[in-house]
Design a protein around this ligand. Structure first.
Ligand SMILES: Nc1ncnc2c1ncn2[C@@H]1O[C@H](COP(=O)(O)OP(=O)(O)OP(=O)(O)O)[C@@H](O)[C@H]1O
Length: 279
């Protein structure tokens, strides 16, 4: 498999911590896929992301970008951060300027782009994320969902090859979540590899085409959603609730399930049930 980013026996010990946050993490992000990184609180998801953009350095092990280990030289890190975009869980940690327009342009200016291109890309990102009406609105007047879209726009403006999102749907209402997922599908459709950390197994099951499960800084499971989520007992032992849809599916009579793949979303389940003759 062609992996865009890989960690090999990655270990990270924060100064003063009792346990390592990452403890021999072997994790691969397949190129071109949508990967869900699952794991309960403190399993190491955010620490992995900080390593993926070279913000933290390994205590041991290595991070490979496009097959080559990171060297942590300044010019390499600058290039890496243009190729790998990380959207933090809390937009307050990401947005640093006063308005969406200024903030989205900031990263582009840092990357050394000429002013006309900065303006063109910023306006394009504002439009594609439905933020035109908020272009010059002070950031502190925006809702959380709007701030999340601004921070995503700032990262997407750099046109990364790999987009990482830390709990992107946390605290969003259903409509904002649906809009964000549609945007991620559009970005993925344009050729970007996307990986999101999430606690939401229902979301991971419906959205991802590759799933990894972390526990205590290690990768315990990796595979397609069907392969990973069928391991109900292991997930429960890791404190993760298996997807509701899969639970419902397995509770249906075998005659309905026979010859069908488990549905990935409620609409698919409804279609399968509607096709079943009631007599
Ligand atoms: N700056 C830090 N200093 C010391 N320990 C830290 C620091 N950041 C994280 N940790 C610890 O490292 C471990 C992994 O944390 P991390 O934030 O990577 O997990 P996570 O899976 O992203 O959690 P969550 O789902 O709550 O965001 C936890 O035990 C956490 O307490």
């Amino acid at each position: 498999m062609n992996d865009i980013l890989e960690t090999k026996q990655l270990r990270h010990h924060y100064p003063g911590a009792d346990h390592p946050a990452l403890d021999g993490l072997d994790l691969k992000l397949p190129r071109g896929k949508k990967t869900a990184i699952c794991g309960h609180n403190g399993s190491g998801k955010s620490t992995f992301f900080l390593h993926a953009i070279g913000l933290l350095r390994p205590t041991a092990g290595e991070v490979c970008w496009q097959g080559a280990p990171l060297t942590y030289r300044a010019h390499e890190l600058k290039q890496l951060r243009q190729q790998v975009g990380l959207v933090f869980q809390d937009p307050e940690h990401q947005i640093i300027l006063h308005t969406p327009y200024e903030d989205i342009g900031y990263g582009l200016r840092n990357a050394g782009l000429p002013e006309p291109e900065i303006r063109e890309r910023t306006l394009r990102m504002l439009a594609s994320l439905g933020l035109e009406q908020l272009t010059d609105r002070p950031v502190h007047q925006l809702s959380l969902g709007q701030k999340k879209r601004v921070s995503l726009a700032g990262v997407l403006a750099l046109e990364p090859e790999l987009l990482l999102l830390d709990e992107p749907t946390a605290y969003l209402d259903r409509l904002s979540e649906r809009q964000l997922l549609a945007e991620l599908d559009r970005v993925h459709g344009s050729g970007v590899t996307v990986a999101m950390a999430t606690h939401d197994m229902n979301l991971a099951y419906a959205w991802a085409d590759w799933v990894v499960v972390l526990d205590q800084g290690r990768c315990l499971l990796a595979g397609t959603p069907q392969d990973v989520f069928v391991q109900t007992d292991r997930l429960l032992a890791l404190g993760l609730e298996p997807p509701l849809l899969l639970d419902v599916w397995h509770s249906l009579p075998p005659l309905i399930r026979e010859g069908n793949q488990p549905p990935r979303d409620a609409e698919e389940l409804k279609r399968l049930l509607a096709a079943w003759p009631i007599s």
